[in-house]
Design a protein around this ligand. Structure first.
Ligand SMILES: Nc1ncnc2c1ncn2[C@@H]1O[C@H](COP(=O)(O)OP(=O)(O)OP(=O)(O)O)[C@@H](O)[C@H]1O
Length: 244
């Protein structure tokens, strides 16, 4: 069994004073594996990502990456540690071209990426042919599906150790969404650890190596996909605390 790459231990976090949105959350993401997180609207899924990625500092608990304490580290330093975040909303610069958006995360890190930047850009454009066609277009002029592909292509450029992926299929046509899920599998097969949130519970359970249920800011169930497969609907409803 692979060791935990990302480990949260007893994380409590929130936006204001004494209101805790997350309470005592513990979970792990292993190398080359997908940890799936499911929960109702408002359960705290995006808050969890913001806490891991340093937009919010936990009030208590710890976050470790490959054994090193990264609790409260800021987003730009986390990129250097090998953590990347594909948020639900766009992280693109709409007035920059596709190529400029791809280059940007690596440009400021010449020491680390300078030698490989051009090769990696070519490799990325080969793997995402639609982006090669559009490399000189402004990102804001791309379709929704193409913009999401660009988000994944940015992650491919950076090749992080852990990728946090929030609602990758939201607003996408089924075929485009299926492509994004294929990329997630490809990333994991290449050794990345993935923490995935998606409203498509069946898809998350089918893809994940480990599933966590977040309900009102607390992990109320976790297990292997097989534990969630039988009569998924009823079980998930039960775990999420909804009366049927
Ligand atoms: N910036 C903020 N300031 C204050 N409270 C917030 C903020 N963002 C979210 N919250 C609150 O935190 C709680 C959890 O929200 P969060 O967005 O993390 O849930 P979620 O599980 O991602 O929901 P969804 O599936 O709808 O995206 C909600 O009660 C929400 O109102």
């Amino acid at each position: 069994m692979p060791e935990a790459l990302l480990a949260l231990e007893g994380v409590t976090s929130g936006y204001m004073g004494d209101i805790d949105v997350l309470r005592n959350v513990s979970l792990t993401v292993k190398q080359g594996q997908i940890s799936g997180l499911i929960g109702l609207n408002g359960a705290g899924k995006s808050t969890l990502f913001k806490t891991i990625y340093g937009f919010l500092r936990p009030k208590s608990g710890s976050i470790h990456l490959a054994g090193a304490d990264i609790t409260g580290k800021l987003p730009h330093t986390l990129i250097d540690e090998g953590v990347w975040y594909i948020p639900q909303e766009s992280s693109l610069f709409p007035y920059l071209t596709v190529e400029e958006n791809l280059r940007l995360p690596l440009e400021g890190r010449r020491q680390r990426f300078g030698a490989t930047l051009e090769q990696r850009l070519e490799d990325t454009l080969t793997r995402f042919p639609v982006l090669r066609e559009k490399r000189a277009s402004q990102a804001g002029d791309l379709s929704g599906g193409q913009q999401k592909s660009l988000e994944f292509a940015k992650a491919y450029m950076v090749q992080p150790r852990v990728c946090l992926i929030d609602e990758p299929s939201i607003g996408l046509a089924p075929k485009v969404a299926a492509d994004m899920f294929k990329w997630i599998r490809t990333f994991a097969d290449a050794g990345m650890g993935i923490l995935l949130v998606d409203h498509n519970v069946r898809r998350v359970v089918a893809m994940a190596d480990h599933v966590y249920v977040l309900s009102l800011g607390e992990i109320t169930a976790s297990g292997e996909p097989a534990d969630f497969q039988q009569d998924l609907h009823t079980q998930v409803r039960e775990w999420l605390g909804i009366s049927i």
